[in-house]
Design a protein around this ligand. Sequence first.
Ligand code: PAF
Length: 288
Amino acid sequence: MRIIRTIAEVRAAVGEAKRGGKTVGLVPTMGAFHAGHLSLMREARKNNDLVVVSLFVNPTQFGPNEDLSRYPRDEARDAAMADEQGADILFAPEPAEIYPDGFATTIHIAGITDVLDGASRGAHHFDGVAAVVAKLFGIVAPDVAYFGQKDAQQVLVVRRLVRDLNLDVRIEACPIVREADGLAMSSRNVYLDPEARRRATALNRALDAAQALADTGERDTGALTAAAGAILADAGITPEYLELRDTETLRPVVRLDGEALLAVAANVGAARLIDNHILRSADRRGDA
Ligand code: PAF
């Protein structure tokens, strides 16, 4: 696996592969790899001739009071893990390579970024994600790019970016990978002390409780979110949001009919965690 730091070099490597008729898969990451990232890399490896993993802690998607400075960084460990999954290139640029002096472009995707994490973290978050993902697509020109479903809203934002700007890349969303006790894998789980780590399992249990209630035939959003909220409250967790929304438009859903995204964000100990399930109404459970 080659570690590449410049846009010119990654373009040259990808260009050569494409001229040879090879397909290119991109896994955009901010490093601090866990099993979720590795599953994206494996999927990319299975389906592409050349696999590029980008490792860039994108400053523009962090707010002034967020964890940019303490975000876990260990490039040597990440490089070894990407290599083990069969990645061909680790593209790990410095911030100035991505955002040179004079960088002045903003990409704002209206509507779907106004809710959930966009409302909690502020508009800068998805503007920053959209800008860096657009740049990575411009630099690497992948045939396919792989994202984790844990960031369900991010997947929708990236799909909209691709559609609205006619970018020639297919987006693959891969399932959430969980610890044995159900906690969704996240680079931020390292912030959890043992007590917070135990409480953090309530997020997935809360989402499960909503599905269990839906399985009894309950469709009312208030009742479903209340069932989830009770599990969080039991664990002493006050969610930033716990909302049932349309899986495509992210509009609020008042009654579960078919499927909908139940998304949660909460601070647990020193970590801000997100998780989600696609809830299915009882009559649709066989469709999963
Ligand atoms: O999901 C992430 O790790 C980041 O938001 C991404 C897509 C790599 C953009 O910085």
